[in-house]
Write a protein of this length. Sequence first.
Length: 249
Amino acid sequence: MKLTNKLLALGLMTSAFALQSANAANPFSGVYVGATAGMSSMNANAKNDTTQDATAANATMNWKGKKKTTFQGNLLVGKEVYRINNDMPVAVEFTFGTTTGAEKRKEAQQVAGALDPRLTKVRQTWKLGLSAVVGHKITNKMTVSGKLGVVYSNFRVDQLINDSGFTGAFDGLNRKFGKDMRLWGVEPGVRLSYDINDCMCTFVEGTYTLFQSKKQTFINQGTAPNTEHFTTKISPRVFGLVAGFTYKM
């Protein structure tokens, strides 16, 4: 089992344990809502695979594209379900967010003697998350917390291909392709919170999300031995740093 799958299973079990703790002894009631905003930086870990007819060269391109720091925003709903010695709150949080995080690369490669310009862009559009958060009060107003959760997110993969090595409808023409890929991931993080009063809290949080690998086919035509394929495989890694607030209901 791959490391990402193991971490994903651990995140699910941690979230389930926190939910079950709501029925344990010494319950602490506290539903809260909030929002975050900050930056996001993504490494798509993308690989383009090209397989053309029997006389053409095949090409595999691993790339790290040009990426930039982009915006992300999230809404969250949480509930404190347990407290250990009144100093270690345990909470479950559900988040919904959007981001402008993207990574792209322009390539020009010789394939079958022809110039093959390509533009690949991977963009994260939205995400859902379920996390368990365990905190420890370091002062009366400040709490440091660790979190572990699972994330379900949509990634938009866009391709611009102009390749005379392909035959038929794809021969020598500029073609734009766009497909959505929905991936599961695991998200560990750390948070530092400050209580403004009994109801309002501000915090800063850093996260690192590891998503599963997934492949998408853009071209699939012909019959053996003259088959042609163009596929993209991504395995995104996303770093996030946000500031936020919560309000206890």
